[in-house]
Write a protein that binds this ligand. Structure first.
Ligand code: PEP
Length: 246
């Protein structure tokens, strides 16, 4: 039985006062839940959010990490630093980083290796664009992303994968539960080819306009083990409802 996992991706949103109100209200609203849950604020607020989460079971994560361990790389933040600041999780290969920072699968493989070396649990994001789906290429695109980023990974046990169709991120469009389930089952098969022992226990998250109104139906699918949540994670009521639904 895979424990559900729900991860909040705040992206480049937040300010000290907003963060404090958001986390305080979210924790107050969070009642009985069985999911593992992590918040990923912008890196400058990681220490603040670590303090706000101290007396809860909610974990802390980061939105990205460097592919290099340390050195003269201005602006970069290493996996080791994130671990040192209390992060347990790190998002790797979000489509916004692939799109705006030209992150390749080879670079993401190096980031995954760094995350593992620092004892951080990575969430690798994969997903196709609207044009790729319409051209019937969705599965091939996702398979190439998985093979490119995971080909050299030594340990799949601490990994999670988020299927985030690019056309559903921040658009209000959601993959139907059936579309999402079909792709999750496909991803599990691709992972089975790479590491047969881990495929069943690997947690696969869906991301793309997850809201309280569609979360339960998505989580009811056999291969959907949780969610990576952008916009709705900035609303304490909505995010608490999604975590409770998982
Ligand atoms: C995301 O950014 O990972 C995401 C899924 O965003 P949203 O929930 O806003 O679509």
């Amino acid at each position: 039985m895979r424990q559900p996992l729900v991860i909040a991706n705040w992206k480049m949103h937040g300010k000290s006062a907003f963060n404090e109100a958001l986390v305080t209200e979210f924790l107050a609203l969070l009642k009985a839940y069985r999911a593992e849950c992590a918040l990923c604020p912008p890196s400058v607020y990681i220490e603040q959010v670590a303090g706000l989460l101290r007396s809860s079971n909610v974990m802390l994560g980061a939105q990205d990490c460097s592919h290099i361990a340390e050195g003269a790389y201005t602006g970069e933040v290493s996996a080791e630093m994130l671990r040192d600041c209390g992060c347990g999780w790190v998002i790797v290969g979000h489509s916004e980083r692939r799109q705006y920072h030209q992150e390749s699968d080879a670079l993401l493989a190096a980031k995954l290796a760094m995350a593992q070396r620092a004892d951080l649990k990575p969430v690798l994001c994969v997903g196709e664009t609207q044009e790729q789906r319409e051209a019937g290429e969705a599965e091939q695109v996702v398979k190439t992303q998985l093979q490119g980023a995971l080909g050299d990974l030594s340990d799949f046990r601490r990994l999670a994968i988020a299927y985030e169709p690019v056309w559903a991120i921040g658009t209000g469009l959601t993959a139907s539960p059936e579309q999402a389930q079909a792709m999750h089952a496909f991803i599990r098969e691709v992972v089975r080819e790479l590491d047969a022992r881990s495929a069943e226990s690997l947690r696969l998250l869906y991301g793309g306009s997850v809201k309280p109104g569609n979360a339960a139906e998505l989580f009811a699918q056999a291969d959907i083990d949780g969610a990576l949540v952008g916009g709705a994670s900035l609303d304490p009521e909505a995010f608490a409802a999604i975590v409770s639904a998982a």
